[in-house]
Design a protein around this ligand. Structure first.
Ligand SMILES: [Zn+2]
Length: 104
């Protein structure tokens, strides 16, 4: 009886090991596929659309422009700060809150 049990344990262990190896092989194959995908230059990293050429940014023109518009340049920021500061000054001058000036 005991021998049988031991044999069974050995069998199940072997099965488990085989399954592990199979899983590892699956993961490796997936990784290889992903590598091949990475080598291909052709998908936008944001909207995943197909790119015509290999861009430096990995983004399509649309996403590139929208990302640019989200990040203003230093000059634009300086302008914004100047405008906001003057608005605050105007608000103080006329005794209204700067929010009122910003909204109107
Ligand atoms: Zn895109």
């Amino acid at each position: 009886m005991l021998v049988k049990i031991v044999k069974n344990i050995k069998k199940t262990k072997k099965k488990q090991e085989k399954n592990k190896i199979k899983e590892l092989e699956k993961i490796q194959k997936k990784q290889e596929k992903n590598k091949i995908k990475e080598d291909k230059p052709s998908n936008c990293s944001i909207c995943n659309c197909v790119l015509k050429g290999r861009g430096k940014t990995n983004m399509c023109n649309k996403c590139l422009q929208s990302s640019k518009s989200k990040c203003p340049t230093l000059e634009e920021l300086k302008d914004d700060i100047r405008i906001i500061k003057t608005k605050v000054c105007i608000g103080k001058k006329y005794g209204v809150s700067d929010n009122a000036v910003k909204n109107g």
